[in-house]
Structure formats: structure tokens, C-alpha cells
Write a protein that binds this ligand. Structure first.
Ligand code: PDD
Length: 281
């Protein structure tokens, strides 16, 4: 059984127990982060922890662990579980008040912290060669999608709807415009060659990978337009791609059955993917 972290200590995964009254379980009252691991090293760890602090502030959720402690926990689990490539999942919930009550418990109830690792191939992903086929799906999520909460049922439903249509993933559409993918941010390259991604707002998660890609573009003096775009505009784009900690930059080659560009992964997506990975040696 792999090691996990639960509250105060490391323990084997098959011995980790959380109460049925935990607010994460009853109210999806919690936040999370997923940090990629490549060659046994965490990618953009500090940016993920900054976003965790931001999510906690938004929900008035206490985070009684220093970032240095969280880093120690991440690194220890990666080492003990011998993760070369994969991810570390951290979840913080509002703990166990011992009953079901909508109101937050008082500060004497400690939050529940769970950290575990997953090993999977994220560098050699066959989908990079083919590109993803994605479908649009109404964005039925709540109005604070900028907070990374564990309330992920709408994302699961969107992924299931995509699967039922034989697609790889879904992008959410709100008021005729793409917000983001079910678990990634969305970009396109216009016919004129401009890179476009939606501006940050409560409608999308401020992706760590998105921010890194914007930073790379700035360094290379590539122009970026931060604005929303419609599925119709995306269908006429040269390229579409999505970004997340676990997919890095992933080309999208079909949208609702329509080929994007020539129907193959584009050069901008591929070079940004390589530039992103090059940052971590
Ligand atoms: N998801 N938008 C949503 C809705 C997400 O769930 C994610 C990440 C992103 C990309 O953020 P980042 O680049 O910081 O990973 C955007 C993670 C990977 C998940 O739920 O597994």
C-alpha cells in the first residue's frame, strides 16, 4: 500500500480513515491542488500553494500548515512512493464537526488534510500526437469557478457526456462563449496567428499552467489577447489547445466533430508544450 498523508502523519493508504461527518464528504466543503511530478520533481509547486492559499481565503478555510511543511510532505511522499512521473493530490476540507450542519463549525474543529501521489505517464502521452476530440457542454457550474473546490460533479458529468459521444473531453460554454475545459484552461490561435485565452474572472480557474504559458509568451514577445471566444470562432481557428498540470499543453484537433485547422496538432501548441517542459530541465 502506498504512503499517504492524513492530518498529522504519514500512513499506509489502506489505513487512512476519514469521518462520515467530514464536511468534504457531506458538503463538498473543501479545496484541492494537483501538482505534476516529472523526474521525481514537483512542477510549479509554489504557484500551486499560492493558489491553495487563495482558495482557502475565498472560503474562509484555515490552512494551519506552513508552505514549507506542505512541501516536505509532497517531497517525502514522492520519494517514499518512488514517483518518477505523475502527480501529487492535496485536499483540505473543513473537517469533522461530528454532525451534519450547514453552518461552518467553530475554529476548534481542525481541517482535514489529505495528500497522496499517483504515478502515471504524463510526458509520453499518445494524445499529444493525435490531439484531443472535444465536445461543447453547457457550463452548469456555480459562479465561483475561480476557487478550486472539490465540488466536481459538473466536471464529471461533462466528461461522461463527452465519453458518451466518443470524445476525449468537454469544454464548457456559457452565454455562447467557451469558459474553459472540464479540467483545463482553453486557448486558440486565430487565423491571423494571435494566441487567445479567456481573461481571468470568477468564471474560470486561474490555471498555473495557463499563467506559465502566458509568461513564456511574454518572454518571447508573442502577442496574447485575453478575451473570451465562441465555439464557432474556435472551429475556425488555426489551433486550439488546453492546459493543465497533468496534461501540460494538449492539442485539440476536433471540436463538436469539426476538424480544427488541418485536423492535426499545431506548431504553436507543440512548441509551447516543449517550452513549458524545458522550464523544468
Ligand atoms: N484541474 N480549469 C479547471 C476547471 C481545472 O480543474 C484545472 C486543473 C485547470 C488547469 O489548472 P492548472 O494548470 O493549475 O492545473 C483549469 C486539475 C489538474 C484536476 O482537477 O485534476
Amino acid at each position: 500500500s502506498p504512503w499517504v498523508w492524513l492530518n498529522e502523519d504519514y500512513c499506509p493508504a489502506d489505513q487512512a480513515r476519514v469521518s462520515v461527518f467530514d464536511r468534504g464528504f457531506l458538503f463538498a466543503d473543501g479545496v484541492y491542488e494537483v501538482t505534476a511530478v516529472v523526474n521525481g520533481k514537483l512542477l510549479d509547486f509554489h504557484a500551486h500553494m499560492q493558489r491553495l492559499q487563495r482558495s482557502c481565503q475565498a472560503l474562509e478555510l484555515a490552512l494551519p500548515w506552513a508552505v514549507e511543511t506542505l512541501q516536505q510532505i509532497h517531497e517525502t511522499l514522492v520519494a517514499r512512493n518512488k514517483v518518477q512521473e505523475g502527480s501529487v493530490y492535496l485536499q483540505l476540507t473543513r473537517g469533522n464537526p461530528g454532525k451534519r450542519d450547514f453552518h461552518y463549525p467553530d475554529a476548534s474543529v481542525p481541517p482535514t488534510l489529505v495528500v497522496f501521489t499517483q504515478s502515471h505517464n504524463i510526458l509520453q502521452d499518445a494524445r499529444v500526437e493525435s490531439g484531443l476530440s472535444v465536445v461543447t457542454c453547457p457550463d452548469i457550474r456555480w459562479q465561483r469557478c475561480d476557487v478550486k473546490t472539490v465540488s466536481l460533479l459538473a466536471a464529471s458529468m461533462a466528461k461522461m457526456a463527452a465519453q458518451a459521444q466518443g470524445a476525449d473531453d468537454a469544454v464548457f460554454v456559457k452565454d455562447g462563449l467557451i469558459t474553459e475545459a472540464s479540467s483545463a484552461n482553453c486557448f486558440m490561435v486565430t487565423p491571423g496567428g494571435k494566441l487567445v485565452t479567456r481573461a481571468l474572472s470568477p468564471a474560470i480557474l486561474p490555471g498555473i499552467t495557463r499563467a506559465a504559458i502566458l509568461d513564456i509568451c511574454q518572454q518571447h514577445q508573442l502577442e496574447i489577447e485575453t478575451r473570451a471566444f465562441s465555439p464557432q470562432e474556435a472551429c475556425g481557428a488555426r489551433e486550439v489547445f488546453i492546459t493543465s498540470a497533468t496534461t501540460f499543453v494538449m492539442p485539440v484537433t476536433r471540436l463538436d466533430g469539426n476538424p480544427i485547422g488541418d485536423g492535426r496538432p499545431g506548431p504553436v501548441a507543440i512548441s509551447l508544450r516543449n517550452a513549458y517542459l524545458a522550464r523544468f530541465g
